[in-house]
Design a protein around this ligand. Structure first.
Ligand code: ZN
Length: 104
């Protein structure tokens, strides 16, 4: 049973707005599996999502989502790549957002 409404899931997320589209696509893709999302967060610059239960098919979908998140700016959703910021902080963020948030 999928108990969480989409609004609750979007509210409980721990990542920035640039990944909202990616995350919504993921939610749609996961719908047929009736899994519960335990956590959705940014970790080492990637979008990591944890489901219960997590059968192999779901794990594949989550891994694909992680791979895609490495190409989408977490702040604005534009094409981007994983980069190392000050203090070895890994973040998938585009050049413009780095400048806006003074991360370079
Ligand atoms: Zn950006």
């Amino acid at each position: 049973m999928q108990n969480n409404s989409k609004e609750e899931l979007m509210w409980g997320r721990e990542f920035s707005d640039g990944w909202n589209n990616l995350y919504e696509l993921l939610l749609d893709e996961l719908k047929p599996y009736n899994v519960k999302i335990v956590q959705a967060k940014e970790k080492y610059g990637l979008l990591r999502v944890y489901c219960e239960p997590c059968p192999a098919e779901v794990e594949n979908i989550l891994h694909r989502c992680e791979d895609i998140s490495e190409t989408v700016c977490e702040m604005c959703g534009k094409d981007s790549s994983l980069r190392k910021l000050r203090g070895n902080w890994l973040k998938t963020i585009c050049h413009d957002c780095c400048k806006i948030h003074s991360l370079l």
